[in-house]
Write a protein that binds this ligand. Sequence first.
Ligand code: ZN
Length: 256
Amino acid sequence: MKYGVLKSYAVLENKHYLIAMDGVWFYQSKNIHCQHCLHRELKDGEQIYYHNMAAAALVKPGVETVLPLMPEFIHNEDGGELCSPEKQDCERNAVKRWLLKHETRYQWLNPIFLGDDLYADYPTYAAITEQQKSFLFTCKPESHRRLYDSLDEGCMERKTVREWTGRTHLEYRYQWYNGVEIREELPTLKVNYVYLEIWNEQKGKGTYKGSWVTNIEIMEKNVVELVECARARWKIENEHNNVLRNKVPPTSWVSS
Ligand SMILES: [Zn+2]
């Protein structure tokens, strides 16, 4: 903050910061386990024990470095006997705990939470909306039947942006709709839906498709940046989680 580094992470007219969240599995063993381990039965009947966490990081489109924030560990409370699989702690619960714990800490960032389809459920939307924060989550048709059924192609707003890559023309085809119900059961919540297809003119086919939901109003003037923000979510997987999993810490970190 002192050196203004954080300021360069602001997005959408410098009004918001992006907090990407993602589950990261950082320990597993068939033999060594503790009372807080998560567990799952493998096909051969053996148990595998593991630890994971809901990681959070500040990200920005076009910026390689991510800034890690406090994670929330996913672990079972009671030790001893193995609890049944459905009673185990899970990533969705961890995200809800994260939101409660850090409600005021990150308020000043006016954050937009980025998450994959796993987070795109009513309780998570409601928790974020109640805190008057924003979300921008992947929204796949398989897990959002009701939402996709109520979208009317003819009513969607559209924008196309053409780009020359030096080899081919790409057409970014955006479609969006503000105010669609997230689910059939009550209570429900209206969200705003956006879809992008990238059309490669040389290949004569689409090369990318993505869809998201948000509680930010989607407009002609912000649709391109909103989608760029949503697509920055992968940075937490690449620049944060994969580094945690695969990079050996410098020897100075290892206590002797
Ligand atoms: Zn353990």
